[in-house]
Design a protein around this ligand. Structure first.
Ligand code: ADP
Length: 684
C-alpha cells in the first residue's frame, strides 16, 4: 500500500496519472494487465498496461464489466470470464482468446453527477477468486488513485487557466494595438475560435434591428440566411436577450434553436455564444463559436469566451472610433487637395507637414520633394529665395491678418504668391504650427507690370511727336528769323508727319478699345490685294529709301479677297512698319501675295533681328514687346500685332509667324477669297 501511495504521489498530467494508476494496480494485485477508463456517456480507456487488456475493445471502448462498475458505482468481480453471463459473447471471446480468465473492476472516486467517472479494471491469467486482502488492497488503490487523479486534474485546470489568461492578455494586446476595424473584426473571430479550439466562429453585430454577421472564421460562410439574422429567433438572439453566455451541446436537440436554422441544416451541432457589451452597457452583438460535433462546453470555456468577448468589445470600439477619425481625415484631405488655394502646413519644428496639390502646381515643387523638409530649405533650394527675402516675409505674416506678397523663381519664371497665415494649435500635443494659404498672383502682377510699362511707353510715344510739333511751330512763329519758303515747307512737312504719327497712335488705342468691346465695324467688300500691297510698298519705299529695299511680289492678275479695305491697309502697314523697324541694319523687306486653294496668302518677310521661339508664342498678346535687349531703342507700344490679329480674325482670316533669331521673320496673313463666282477669273 505504501508503495502504491508513493507511486501515485508525484504531480503528473492527468493522462500520465491514468497510466500510473493502471501500472500500480497491476503490480499490487500481481495481475496480468490493468486499464483505466473514463467518460460520461462514452466510457473509454485512458491508460492501460500492457497496451491491450481485453476489457476494452480494439477502439478503446469499455466492455460490459467496466461499464457495470461505472454505472453502479461498485466493485464488480468476475472469477471466471468463460462462465460469467454478464459478459456479452463477443467480449468473452476476446478475453478468452487473449488468455485473460478473471477480472476485477472498481470505480475510482465518488460517483457525483456530471463528472466523468473513472473505472479501474484488472485481469488475471487464471480463474481467480479474489481474497479479502485483494479487495481491501483494491479499495485502497481506488482511493489513492482518486486522489491522484483529482490532484492531476486540478493542476491541469490551473495550468489551463494560466495559459488561457495569458492567451487572453496576448490577444487583447494584439487587438488594441490594431486600429484597422475590419482587421480587428477578423482578428476577433480567428482568435476566439483558436482560444477554445472551435470549428468556426461568427461575430454578429446589432444593426438596424438585425443581427448582421460582420466577421467569420471557419467554413460558416457562405450560408444564406444566417448572414442577416433576426433579433428574436435562434441561439444568438437568445444570447442577446439574456445578456449572458449560452452553451448548447447540440443545436439540433435544443428547443431554443428552430429546426430550420440554416446552421443546424448545414450540420453544425455545438454552439457557445457570448454577448458583446459596449462600455455604456448596451449589447452590441454576439460572439459565437460552433462545433461540427456535439460538444459539452465546460464552465471555464464559457467563462473564457465571455471574458474574451468583453476585451474584444473594447478593441472593436477603438477600431470603429479610429475608422471614423480616419474617414474624417480622408475627407478633409480630399477637400484640401481639391481647393484652388495652395495650402502649406509647417509643423512646430519648422518642417513641412502638408503641401497640397495647388501648392505643388503653383510652385512646381512636388509634395514628395517638399514634405518633411524645413520650409526655408525648399524656398532657398527649389525656389531661388537666395537672399531669404521670401522666408523673412513669411515669418512676419500677421496671423489672421492681411496677406503678404512674396516673389519666388520657378526656374527662369518669376512667380508671385500672395500668402496668408494662421496659427495651428494641436491641443493633444500642445504644439504650434502654421498654415499658409497661397494664391498665385503672378498674372495680376504681370498685368500690372504690363500696364505701367504701357503707360510709360505711350506717354513717351505721345510726347516725342508733340515735342517736334511744338518745336517746329514755335520756330515758325518766331518773328525775328526769316525762313526761306523751302525751310518753311520742310518744317510744315515735319509737323504734318508727326501729327500723322500721333493720329495713328491715338487711332490704334481707340481701335484696341473698340476691339475689346467687340465693336469693330467691318465693311467687307471685294478688294484687290495686289493693289493695296502695291500702294503701300510704293509709299513706304520712299520713306526708307536710304536704309531698306522694299520688294513687291504679286501675280499680274488681281487677287480679290473679301475684306475691309481700310483695315487691310492698316494690317499691311503694321507688318511692313514692323519689318522695317525690326531690321535696324537694313536689308530687303519683301511683300508678296499669292492665291491658295480658298484664300489669299499675304507674306511680309524681312531680314531683321528675328524673334525667339518663346517670344513667338506671345507676340500677338496685348502690350507684348520682345525682350528689351533685342529691341533696344526701337520704339513701339506693343499693340500693333494685337490689333493686326484682331482685324485679321474679324475678317475671317488667320495670321502666323515664321522667324529665326538673327536671320529674319515672315508674317503670313490668309484672307478668305471673294465669295461667289469670279474665282475662275482670278485663277488665270
Ligand atoms: P510694337 O512694334 O509697337 O512694339 P507690335 O505689336 O507691332 O508692337 O509688335 C510686338 C513685338 O513683336 C515687338 O515689340 C517686337 O518685339 C516683335 N516684332 C514684331 N514684328 C517683328 C519683326 N518683323 N521682327 C522682329 N520682331 C518683331
Amino acid at each position: 500500500f505504501v508503495e502504491i501511495a508513493e507511486t501515485l504521489s508525484g504531480s503528473r498530467e492527468p493522462t500520465e496519472t491514468y497510466g500510473a494508476v493502471a501500472a500500480a494496480a497491476r503490480r499490487a494485485l500481481r495481475a496480468r494487465g490493468a486499464v483505466v477508463a473514463t467518460g460520461v456517456d462514452d466510457l473509454h480507456a485512458v491508460g492501460a498496461v500492457p497496451s491491450e487488456p481485453a476489457l476494452v475493445d480494439g477502439d478503446g471502448r469499455a466492455g460490459a464489466l467496466l461499464a457495470l462498475a461505472a454505472r453502479e458505482g461498485r466493485i464488480v468481480l468476475c472469477a471466471d470470464v468463460a462462465a460469467d453471463g454478464r459478459i456479452p459473447a463477443e467480449e468473452r471471446e476476446r478475453l478468452v482468446e487473449s488468455g485473460q480468465r478473471s477480472a476485477l473492476c472498481l470505480p475510482i472516486g465518488s460517483h457525483d453527477a456530471g463528472r466523468a467517472m473513472a473505472v479501474l479494471g484488472v485481469v488475471w491469467d487464471t480463474p481467480h477468486t479474489a481474497a479479502d486482502d485483494d479487495l481491501e488492497l483494491a479499495r485502497h488503490l481506488a482511493a489513492a488513485a482518486a486522489a491522484a487523479i483529482e490532484r492531476a486534474e486540478v493542476l491541469a485546470a490551473a495550468r489551463l487557466g494560466e495559459q488561457r489568461a495569458s492567451d487572453l492578455q496576448r490577444i487583447s494586446d494584439l487587438m488594441s494595438a490594431n486600429l484597422d476595424a475590419p482587421a480587428v473584426l477578423s482578428e476577433v473571430v480567428a482568435q476566439a475560435a483558436a482560444l477554445l479550439d472551435a470549428d468556426a466562429c461568427a461575430l454578429r453585430l446589432v444593426e438596424d434591428d438585425r443581427l448582421v454577421v460582420r466577421a467569420v472564421q471557419g467554413p460558416l460562410a457562405p450560408l444564406p440566411g444566417h448572414e442577416n439574422g433576426s433579433l428574436s429567433v435562434g441561439a444568438s438572439a437568445e444570447v442577446l436577450a439574456r445578456r449572458t453566455p449560452l452553451a448548447i451541446t447540440d443545436m439540433a436537440e435544443d428547443d431554443r434553436v428552430p429546426p430550420d436554422d440554416p446552421l443546424v441544416r448545414a450540420g453544425w451541432a455545438a454552439f457557445l455564444g457570448a454577448p458583446v457589451i459596449s462600455p455604456d452597457g448596451g449589447v452590441r452583438g454576439v460572439l459565437a463559436l460552433y462545433g461540427r460535433e456535439p460538444r459539452t462546453w465546460r464552465p471555464d470555456e464559457t467563462q473564457a469566451l465571455q471574458i474574451f468577448a468583453a476585451s474584444a468589445t473594447v478593441a472593436l470600439q477603438n477600431a470603429l472610433l479610429y475608422q471614423r477619425v480616419a474617414q474624417e481625415k480622408e475627407k478633409s484631405e480630399a477637400i484640401i487637395a481639391s481647393i484652388a488655394d495652395g495650402i502649406v502646413v509647417v509643423g512646430h519644428g519648422g518642417r513641412i507637414e502638408m503641401w497640397n496639390r495647388a501648392a505643388a502646381d503653383m510652385t512646381g515643387v512636388t509634395a514628395r520633394t517638399a514634405l518633411g523638409r524645413p520650409l526655408r530649405d525648399v524656398l532657398r533650394g527649389e525656389l531661388s529665395d537666395v537672399d531669404d527675402a521670401a522666408g523673412q516675409a513669411l515669418d512676419e505674416v500677421d496671423f489672421g491678418g492681411g496677406a503678404v506678397e512674396v516673389r519666388l523663381l520657378r526656374g527662369e519664371r518669376e512667380i508671385w504668391l500672395s500668402v496668408r497665415a494662421a496659427q495651428l494649435r494641436d491641443p493633444v500635443e500642445d504644439r504650434v504650427g502654421t498654415v499658409y494659404a497661397l494664391r498665385d498672383v503672378s498674372s495680376d502682377r504681370q498685368l500690372d507690370q504690363l500696364k505701367s510699362d504701357f503707360v510709360a511707353t505711350v506717354s513717351h510715344e505721345l510726347r516725342t511727336p508733340l515735342t517736334s510739333i511744338y518745336g517746329f511751330a514755335e520756330t515758325l512763329l518766331r518773328g525775328d528769323a526769316a525762313f526761306s519758303a523751302d525751310d518753311r515747307s520742310t518744317f510744315l512737312r515735319y509737323i504734318a508727319s508727326e501729327a500723322e504719327r500721333l493720329t495713328r497712335l491715338v487711332d490704334g488705342l481707340l481701335s484696341v478699345a473698340r476691339l475689346e468691346a467687340g465693336g469693330i465695324a467691318l465693311d467687307l467688300v471685294d478688294v484687290d490685294v495686289t493693289e493695296v500691297l502695291g500702294e503701300i510698298v510704293t509709299r513706304e519705299s520712299g520713306r526708307v529709301a536710304t536704309t531698306h529695299r522694299l520688294a513687291l511680289q504679286v501675280p499680274e492678275a488681281p487677287l480679290i479677297a473679301a475684306a475691309d479695305r481700310d483695315k487691310l491697309r492698316q494690317i499691311i502697314l503694321n507688318l511692313v512698319d514692323n519689318a522695317i523697324k525690326y531690321s535696324p541694319a537694313g536689308g530687303v523687306v519683301e511683300v508678296s501675295a499669292e492665291r491658295r486653294l480658298d484664300a489669299v496668302e499675304i507674306r511680309v518677310r524681312d531680314e531683321g533681328i528675328g524673334i525667339s521661339a518663346a517670344d513667338q508664342r506671345n507676340l500677338f498678346r496685348k502690350f507684348f514687346r520682345a525682350d528689351a535687349r533685342m529691341t533696344r531703342g526701337i520704339r513701339g507700344i506693343g499693340l500693333g500685332l494685337y490689333l493686326t490679329r484682331g482685324f485679321v480674325t474679324a475678317m475671317g482670316g488667320r495670321i502666323r509667324v515664321e522667324s529665326t533669331e538673327g536671320v529674319g521673320s515672315s508674317f503670313i496673313v490668309e484672307l478668305p477669297l471673294r465669295r461667289g463666282s469670279g474665282q475662275g477669273a482670278q485663277a488665270a
